[in-house]
Design a protein around this ligand. Sequence first.
Ligand code: ADP
Length: 349
Amino acid sequence: MLENLILAQTVELMNDPVIASDELGRVVLTNKAHSKLTGWSQEEAKGNNKRLLYEIPKTELLDKAESSFREAILYRKDGTKVTLNASCAPLQLPELVDETIGQIVVFHPPSDESIRGHQSSDDFVSTVSHELRTPLTSIKGFAETLIHSSDKIKPEDRIKYLRIIRDQSNHLARLVEDLLFVSRLNNRKIHLVVRELELKKHVDKVCEAMSYQAEGRIFVYDFEDNLPKIMGDSDRLEQILSNLISNAIKYSPDNTTITIRAMRGDLKLNKIKISVIDQGVGITEDDQEVIFNRFSRVDNPLTRKIQGTGLGLYITRSLVQSMKGEIFLEKSNPKETVFSFTVPIAKGN
Ligand code: ADP
């Protein structure tokens, strides 16, 4: 009795659609996952001929008393169909192994992850090719011009072309470096050395290193008193801070303030929240959805002028996650943009 209940509930809970039919081919059971995928409610499906719900090409083998894995077609209520793999087995009573009293089929829709995986690797290759081709085309074009029309080019133009070649080569080098880093991240080849860290020491180090790039921007610290130590990898923490601070510098005008704020977040979560706040151009609501994706660069007059690979935030998010934290764009408007991330507090603090 209890066993039957457990079995019935297991079938109901499964993520894979299930259809069981009797020896006459009438549907006797379907589960929630089937309804979700096809639109047939369990009541509607029951009693119908199984052919209305699915088809398994080359069924002749199925009558044999064995289970098998094959391609199947599921028919949806709206008339569309979906092809997927299915495990099929004849229904038999234990005492009558030669007699088949029906059939049970479990369908295996590809997981969202694997669909996304396939699509995103295709997209990735085509985006990478495009991103590499753009600077290469300009390097090649200006180099050709310098070689073939050398005598006709004014000296000031010559310098201009050479500068473009240098800048585009730098961009290409950064792109390759970021791509290699992304690939190491995805293959989990980034090794973290997690230990107790004094946050302020690392913020100081990054701000100092960035002071040349920061030009007219002013760094302001807003640290809660008596902040506990955090747990993390020092190099990765500095990489996260540099990426966020470098963006704050890149996308804000001179003579504005960049605030680095640190406070205890939700006490229950035992995390510290670190925010990098700038007074720059901001990010529109639509663009906020995509900025953490690979290669996403928002189109505005500043981003057109400023070179970037569109990989910075993607890498930053992966690094924050690898240190058991979260990153989010807390707020953005043309006056203030707040990127925040969390890091765990060291035990005993
Ligand atoms: P990159 O800066 O190399 O283009 P990122 O992944 O770091 O790539 O950022 C993605 C996009 O998000 C940038 O191109 C920029 O348009 C936008 N962005 C990131 N940080 C900021 C910021 N602080 N203010 C305004 N826009 C930003």
